[in-house]
Design a protein around this ligand. Structure first.
Ligand code: ADP
Length: 264
């Protein structure tokens, strides 16, 4: 298959810097990678794209505050009166030489870091206490984690001892010409009609002094463009895909509506 044909079959991802090279080098050298950035800016899509490009299976885990080491490693389950060991996604990824992506890693419980430490330094081992196994990660295994520096509270900050085991890259929102291409590709709306949406996104992200926890994501701009491409009016589309998802505060909604009027 030609390179162009192969690229066509991968999950669509438009690079915005040298992140593909960094990922590839991390993978080839057995180094873990940490992706930092706001929600909806393309981190998950990037990992899906790179896993497919490198021909590696991907195990994605959305971390939450109840996620424990056992959820990642595995547990004994009762099956037909017998207890049987069932691997968790991290163990499966280590056994198969796959990529394991821990999305929003700072949300996970503290015992998770204990498991990750020997896996993210030169030992590259996963200890399964329950079965007494010690797995050595094959060369294809790679650990990728992400977190959103914007959301963190003091209790959930990543400890330096964990951070300093990963290569790290910061993801921001794509530059306007990239974001227009991405939103057009994902929504089917023509680039000329996507441009004002992306301009609006830029203004919202630059707003200071407003009670917005975070600027509008590329994901929300794609939702708005999808509604517009499907025939919904621009104003209604922006209301449900941008303004309502961003805030509950009536004053902020009014300010966002005024911004829409200045652009459209
Ligand atoms: P995150 O994991 O950072 O929360 P996602 O990867 O889910 O965000 O991105 C949200 C959506 O934005 C994706 O489903 C994809 O449609 C689109 N997207 C964002 N950045 C890119 C990019 N650089 N190339 C292709 N699609 C992108």
């Amino acid at each position: 298959m030609s390179l162009a044909a192969k690229e066509d079959r991968l999950p669509y991802y438009r690079p915005t810097g040298n992140e593909c090279t960094i990922f590839e080098m991390a993978h080839n050298n057995g180094l873990p990678l940490l992706l930092k950035g706001p929600t909806g800016c393309g981190k998950t899509r990037f990992v899906e794209h790179m896993a497919a490009r490198l021909g590696r299976r991907l195990y994605t885990v959305a971390c939450h505050d109840d996620l424990s080491a056992a959820d990642l490693i595995g547990r004994y389950l009762l099956r037909g009166g017998q207890t049987e060991w069932v691997d968790g996604p991290l163990t499966r990824a280590v056994r198969e030489g796959a990529i394991c992506y821990l999305d929003e890693i700072v949300e996970a419980r503290k015992d998770v870091t204990v498991v990750l430490h020997p896996l993210t330094d030169n030992r590259r081992t996963l200890m399964i206490d329950r079965t007494g196994e010690e797995l050595h990660a094959p060369p294809g295994f790679m650990l990728v984690a992400s977190y959103n520096p914007g959301y963190q509270n003091v209790l959930k900050r990543m400890k330096p001892s964990t951070r300093q085991r990963f290569l790290s890259c910061t993801f921001g929102f794509p530059a306007p010409e990239d974001e227009i291409a991405i939103v057009a590709q994902e929504s089917g709306l023509e680039p000329g009609r996507v441009a004002p949406l992306v301009r609006l996104g830029g203004h919202i992200r630059n707003l200071s002094g407003m009670d917005l926890e975070e600027g509008v994501s590329t994901r929300l701009l794609i939702y708005a463009a999808t509604l517009i491409a499907g025939g919904m009016g621009v104003e209604r589309s922006l209301e449900v895909a941008v303004i309502e998802p961003l805030t509950d505060d009536d004053d902020v909604k009014t300010a966002l509506r005024e911004l829409v009027v200045t652009i459209y």
